[in-house]
Structures are given as C-alpha cells and as structure tokens.
Design a binder for this molecule. Structure first.
Ligand code: NAI
Length: 395
C-alpha cells in the first residue's frame, strides 16, 4: 500500500515503516557520533521502550555502551490493510539495527501493568541475561488496570481546585485561541496517580528483586516534567503533577529499601511526543520554546536529552548531579532564565496571525509527523510499502 499520514487532532492513525526505521537510524547515528559512555549499564530493561523518551533510553545504552536490552511497550502490529503503530515499527527497526551489531535485543508487546507481562519479562531475564543492572520506566498511558483489584483507572489532565484558562494552539488549523478546563474531582486525582504515579514502577522493581534478577548496584530511573509557571495549573500543580509527586516519593521509598543511589527521577525537557501532544496548552508552549532554543543553539530532541542523561549523570564517573529535591535535571537548558524570559515574552504576543513568524510551529508539525515516520530524508513515500513488519524477536 501507499502510506500517507492521516492525522486527527493530536493523533496520526497511520505510520510509515521505512520512515520509522529512518527515524530510529538517525537516533542511532547521533549516539554513535558521541563519545562512548564511561560506565554504561550492560543489561537494560526499558518499560515504555517504543517511542519518545523510552525509545531513546533503549538506543543510548545499546549503541553508546553495547548494552543488551529488553523493551516493553503497548503497540499495534500491522496487517495486510492497516499500518502498525509507529512504536511497533520503531521497535522492529531497533531490533534489526541491534542484531546487525551483535547486540542482544528482545521486545515484548503488551500491557506492562499486568502480572502476565511482568512474569514473561522476568522469565526472559532469568533465561537470557541472568540479571539487569538498569531499569528505565518511561510509560505514558491514559489508563491502567490494577492487577490486584482488576479495576481500570483513567488518568486525566486537569487543574486542581480552580478552572484554568490559557492560550492554546489548535494543531489541526494552526489557530491560537483560548482553552478553559474545569477542575478535577478528588477521585480523578487518585486515579491519575494510580496510572501515572510510581505504584507500578515499584511493583516491577520489587518483582525483579524477589526473583533475584537485580544486579548489585542496579539503578532505575523514571521521567518527570516541571516547565514554566504558565503551565503549572495544567501540569505541575494539576492531576499529572500529583502523579509525578508520587513518582518522586516512590523513588525515595526505593532508595530506602535498595540503597540511596538506586532510584532517580529525571526531569526532562518538553518535547513533541505522542504523549505531550495530547496535553492542552503544551503544543503552543513547545512551538515557542523550540524557536527560542533553536535560536540559542540549545535545542535537543529525545535522543540528545537521553544521551546527556547517561553521559553526564547515570553513566558518568562522578554519578548523577542532583537538585535540592534529589532529582536529575536535564530540563536545565529549557529552564534557563534567558530561555524562559524569551518564551514568556513571545507567549504574551502570540496570535494566529504571527504564529509562524514568532514560533517554530512548522518545526512542531514536522516533528509530529516524524514521530510516525513521515517527512524523513531518503524514504520513498510514493512507493508501494508492505505494512506487515513482524518483530524479529517475536518470530
Ligand atoms: P510516549 O507516548 O512517546 O511513550 C510512551 C511509551 O509507553 C510507549 O512506548 C508506549 O508503548 C508505552 N506504553 C503506554 N501504555 C503502556 C502499557 N499499558 N504497557 C506497556 N507500554 C505502554 O511518551 P513520552 O513523552 O516519551 O513519555 C514517557 C515519560 O516521559 C512519561 O512519564 C512522561 O510524563 C515523561 N516526560 C515527557 C515529556 C515530554 O515532553 N514528552 C517531558 C518530560 C517527561
């Protein structure tokens, strides 16, 4: 079939296998252009490994440190008539590239929250790797079925206590308007924490520990975001912020249990991913931020961010540098005073009419399409393309 993008709001329902492979290869090439990691982990489990920050977290230790990797994700395989989801094609491409370099890579497509998935992954670690020494937890999910009570919880992106109104970008039409979001209920806070907090993270670590599959001195990291004051009501002080607070409490709990250099929360930069495009207000902020950071020569994507996370923190000789709350901050360049001041000034001015002039809206749209394998150099988008690309490790 000829595969073209079909976008609806913040979703693209098609993906291009060769474009996704080119996108993965670009990230691998970037990692290989950097010095090898000083003290890389050797056996890495990445939960949420198929797109965005998790995919980058699989590529960096593999291609920057020769690590064996196991990836867990929730994606759709392709059929004769329907393309796979982008994360599926990304993982096929990752496995092929890893195999070409003699690197171990296995992937598991299914629900990371389930006991079945944990058991399958634990069995594979036991049989193939013996132990793991680094676990990256990079899930972004709208729902979670808790295996202990069978109940399905949904996460929401809402402010707490008062309505929130702010400028917003309609990414379908390119119009800058206003959005107003009503505050959440107490139950919605609890449910968002259930899905996006640290409960499942520690379930994974405890299960690995009980099975004797954690190497001495293992580390684990999960990702958070803080961002500017203008998004505080919908992010940091909103329902998702409560879940991120819980993630930090969970890291502290794990450090008490497993030793104080075990669990880290890394605060990352706002970037175009499938998860972030769904958050109100954030796409407009990202469009303005990209413009300012590109002009300052400070722009990074997921792969540059995660390469820095490993080289400057997790795998550096001196270990991670932490802020006053014990977090790794690779959002440091985004949060620089000069960057934030320039974004705040542009935020005040931005309208539909000047959007293209003062923001990097075209960069935003290109990055969004690239997530699904569209717009990459060297890919023939007019060619007949087979959408069925099985994962090598599933065959
Ligand atoms: P993403 O949407 O690109 O990736 C989410 C990953 O989770 C995918 O691999 C997906 O397959 C997997 N997944 C979702 N539900 C699953 C399930 N039930 N079982 C197994 N796998 C499942 O998201 P992104 O943006 O990379 O987010 C990852 C983490 O980084 C999140 O915690 C997010 O809050 C955080 N973060 C994101 C930022 C951004 O701007 N994108 C900024 C800072 C932190």
């Amino acid at each position: 079939m000829i595969i073209a993008p079909k976008t609806r709001g913040f979703i693209c329902t098609t993906a291009h296998p060769d474009g996704c492979a080119a996108n993965v290869q670009e990230q691998i090439d970037y990692v290989k252009s950097q010095p090898p990691l000083a003290n890389p982990p050797k056996k890495v489990l990445v939960i949420g490994a198929s797109t965005g920050y998790g995919l980058a977290s699989r590529i960096v230790p593999a291609f920057g440190g020769g690590a064996s990797t196991i990836g867990v994700f929730f994606e759709k395989p392709g059929t004769e008539r329907k393309t796979a989801s982008a994360g599926y094609y990304n993982s096929v491409a990752f496995e092929k590239a890893a195999a070409a370099e003699g690197l171990y890579a296995k992937s598991f497509n299914g629900d990371a929250f389930s006991e079945e998935m944990k058991a399958t992954v634990l069995d594979t670690i036991r049989e193939d790797l013996g132990q793991v020494d680094c676990i990256v937890y990079s899930l972004a999910s709208p729902r979670r079925t808790d295996p202990t009570d069978g109940e399905t919880y949904k996460s929401v992106l809402k402010p707490i206590g008062a309505p929130y109104s702010q400028k917003n970008l309609n990414t379908d039409t390119g119009e800058v308007g206003d959005v107003s979001i009503e505050p959440c209920t107490e139950e919605e806070i609890a449910h968002t924490v259930k899905v996006m907090g640290g409960e499942d993270w520690i379930l994974w670590i405890d299960a690995l520990s009980e099975a004797g599959l954690l190497a001495d001195g293992f580390t684990t990291v999960a990702y958070s975001y803080i961002g500017p004051e203008l998004t505080f009501p919908i992010y940091t002080n909103g329902t998702i912020g409560k879940a991120k607070e819980h993630l930090e409490q969970t890291a502290a709990q794990m450090n008490e249990k497993y030793g104080d250099t075990t669990a880290y929360v890394s605060v990352n930069k706002a970037l175009v991913t499938q998860a972030s495009s769904a958050i109100p207000v954030v796409p407009l902020y990202i469009s303005l931020l990209y413009r300012v950071m590109k002009e300052a020569n400070l722009h990074e994507g997921c792969i540059e961010q995660i390469e820095r996370l490993f080289s400057d923190h997790l795998s550096s000789d001196s270990g991670p540098s932490l802020d006053e709350k014990g977090r790794i901050r690779i959002d440091d360049w985004e949060m620089r005073d000069d960057i934030q001041a320039a974004v705040a000034e542009a935020w005040e001015k931005v309208t539909t009419d000047n959007l293209s002039e003062i923001s990097d809206y075209s960069g935003y749209k290109n990055e969004f399409l690239k997530l699904f394998g569209f717009g990459l150099q060297g890919v023939d988008y007019e060619a007949e393309t087979d959408p069925e690309r099985p994962l090598p490790s599933e065959q």
